[in-house]
Every structure is written in C-alpha cells, then in structure tokens.
Design a protein around this ligand. Structure first.
Ligand SMILES: [Zn+2]
Ligand SMILES: [Zn+2]
Length: 151
C-alpha cells in the first residue's frame, strides 16, 4: 500500500464542501455495522483515522447528519448530504474521514475491519485484522504501530 501524497484534498458529491488532510492516517478501516451499511447505502463504510488537527475544511460548512451525538457526530455536506467525516465526542485524538472523498484513493486499503458479525455473506475485505465487534480501545495503540510499520 503506497503512502498518500500530502496534502490530500477531497470533496463531497456536489463539490460544495472541500476538505484537506495534512498528515498521514494513523490507521484505516472498513466497518460492516448496520449503521454504516445504512449511511453508506452499501455493504460497509471506509475510514481513514486522521489526527484531529490534520483535517481542515477548506470550503463550505459541514452539518451534523446520521447520529446527532451523544457519542459521535457524523458530518455531511449541507446540500448533497454526503457523509464526509465523523467526530467522536470528547475525543480529540483522531477524526474518522471517509476516504472516498479524496481525489486520490490509490493509497487506500482497509487495515482492519470491524463488526464482521453484521457483514453481508458475500463480502470479502482484504484487511489484516478482523473483529466481529469493535476492537478493544487498549488495542488501538498496537494496531496503529502495526499500521505505521506496514510495508
Ligand atoms: Zn455536497
Ligand atoms: Zn460502522
């Protein structure tokens, strides 16, 4: 998996909201949970976990969509309602950015997959680590170190 060329720029479906990240992701993931299936209108969602300060909204004003707290806020373009990123309440370590927003996705592959208990039977994601629920929080540090050290 090649490293992304920074900064990475991206936008929503209609192009009214633009984002940019200025640091490489700490980890990447695919999530098979029912919420992600509904919000992505597909089999699973994709995530790039980006250090919070490294995500900038460079055009437009994202609004809350999906779940409106208390644990997390999903953020969308106010016009086309594309789900662009997710902020976890009270946690400023990283923000979950939807990598399908980026102009360049060639670098992206999911390193872990979560909630495989809800995975559609025909789906195969080539992730290095699979979890039938959520990874325990105390495993994130090790997982991120593994991700940083990947080929
Ligand atoms: Zn839009
Ligand atoms: Zn999910």
């Amino acid at each position: 998996m090649p490293a992304p060329t920074l900064p990475l720029t991206g936008s929503c479906r209609c192009g009214r909201v633009h984002i940019r990240i200025t640091a490489p992701p700490l980890m990447t993931a695919a999530c098979h949970c029912r919420g992600c299936q509904k919000m992505s209108s597909s089999a699973f969602s994709l995530t790039a976990m980006v250090p919070t300060g490294a995500l900038e909204v460079t055009q437009g004003e994202p609004v809350v969509c999906g779940t409106h707290g208390p644990d997390q806020d999903h953020m969308a373009c106010p016009y086309c309602m594309t789900w662009m990123f997710t902020r976890v309440t009270g946690f400023d370590g990283f923000v979950n950015v939807r990598p399908t927003m980026f102009d360049d996705m060639a670098w992206f592959a999911p390193f872990i997959e979560t909630m495989t208990s809800a995975k559609l039977p025909w789906v195969h994601v080539p992730a290095q680590h699979s979890y039938d629920a959520w990874p325990p929080m105390d495993q994130f540090e090790t997982l991120m170190a593994d991700y940083a050290a990947r080929g």
